[in-house]
Design a protein around this ligand. Structure first.
Ligand SMILES: [Cu+2]
Length: 341
């Protein structure tokens, strides 16, 4: 069986997170193991899940109506800090954003009653995003590791769907000198985790991307060793702003109650037009290592049919031949989500 580098990455991630599979063969193995071990059964994702693309939930359609023109806004973000290519001494990186553009009432703010509102998605390297609601208040990244990093930001709606106009998305690369304690996560000032540093699965991604000339088995093995020196801290030095870039946004985290009925896949595309929009690219998504499906228009999709438990969602940018498009390891991203029924 020929395994691609990306399959191996998926394998490494699956093993690190103790769920999911790398192919239908491995899923079959997992199922067999699961039935042999009660502990494995509890952690396994039920095999009966059948996902279907469904329409935008009515709850969101209702919110859109109440928001008036906001969904037609064209927010323009600017990263004031850190400046592009800045060198920051220490381990705290202050993020400051400027919002302008045709806002039509769009304003990031968390409603204290509903705990919801427009917000900005802030992504350090290729970690899960953190929400930034009050642009007038500082947003800090603490315990950032030494070395090159990228910061990506884009405007988002209360239900986490991104604004896809030019200018909504911004990215900078910066350098941290000194840096934080690599054994501890990078967090916001409020303590929300921004990066796992040495043990993060996405670091395994970065490690694989950086050592792509090595034998596949060697990179996969290195990624599985948290103490291995081939697993660098969360880094963003290898991404090229001028090349096609897929930024994973949703799904993320835990879904409960009504929110589990339809879960949104949403992402940002830079320098890449999808086939259904007149371009050459496709976004391939794979849930729990199952059958790969494609998104050919740049808009969110909602998937129904999730079973309770942990699931992996992989998004990849591929060209018209189905080959993964490489850019610093960022164009293939796998996240774990939890569905609570
Ligand atoms: Cu969000």
């Amino acid at each position: 069986m020929k395994l691609s580098r990306f399959t191996l990455q998926a394998c490494a991630l699956s093993l690190l997170t103790l769920f999911g599979g790398c192919s239908s063969d491995m899923n079959a193995n997992k199922t067999a193991n699961a039935s042999a071990s009660p502990a494995a059964t509890a952690a396994a994702t039920p095999a009966t899940q059948t996902l279907t693309v469904t329409q935008r939930p009515q709850k969101i359609t209702d919110q859109m109506r109440e928001r008036g023109e906001q969904d037609e806004a064209a927010p323009a973000l600017k990263i004031v800090e850190p400046a592009a290519n800045a060198t920051i001494k220490g381990s705290t990186v202050r993020v400051r954003l400027n919002l302008s553009g045709d806002l039509k009432g769009y304003k990031p703010h968390k409603d204290p009653a509903t705990k919801m509102g427009n917000h900005i998605h802030v992504i350090l390297d290729n970690q899960p995003y953190e929400a930034y609601y009050e642009l007038g208040e500082p947003f800090e990244l603490r315990n950032v590791s030494a070395g090159a990093h990228t910061l990506r930001v884009f405007a988002s709606r209360p239900w986490h769907e991104s604004y896809k106009n030019d200018g909504s998305f911004q990215m900078v690369t910066f350098n941290v000198e000194g840096g934080g304690d690599p054994s501890k996560p990078t967090t916001t000032a409020a303590g929300d985790k921004m990066a796992d540093n040495r043990s993060a699965p996405s670091n395994a991604n970065a490690a694989n991307a950086k050592t792509s000339t090595n034998a596949n088995t060697a990179t996969a093995a290195a990624a599985l060793t948290p103490e291995g020196k081939e697993m660098p801290p969360s880094t963003g030095g290898a991404v090229d702003k001028s090349k096609p870039l897929l930024t994973y946004s949703r799904p993320k985290g835990e879904y409960t109650g009504d929110d589990t009925n339809a879960i949104m896949i949403d992402f940002w595309l830079t320098n890449a037009k999808l086939q259904g929009d007149g371009g050459d690219y496709r976004v391939r998504y794979t849930v729990d290592g199952g059958e790969a499906k494609f998104i050919d228009k740049w808009e969110p999709i909602w998937l129904a049919g999730w079973t309770a438990g942990k699931h992996s969602v992989k998004l990849e940018l591929v060209d018209k031949s189905g080959n993964a498009v490489e850019n610093g390891g960022y164009n293939t991203t796998t996240r774990e989500i939890t569905v609570v029924k």
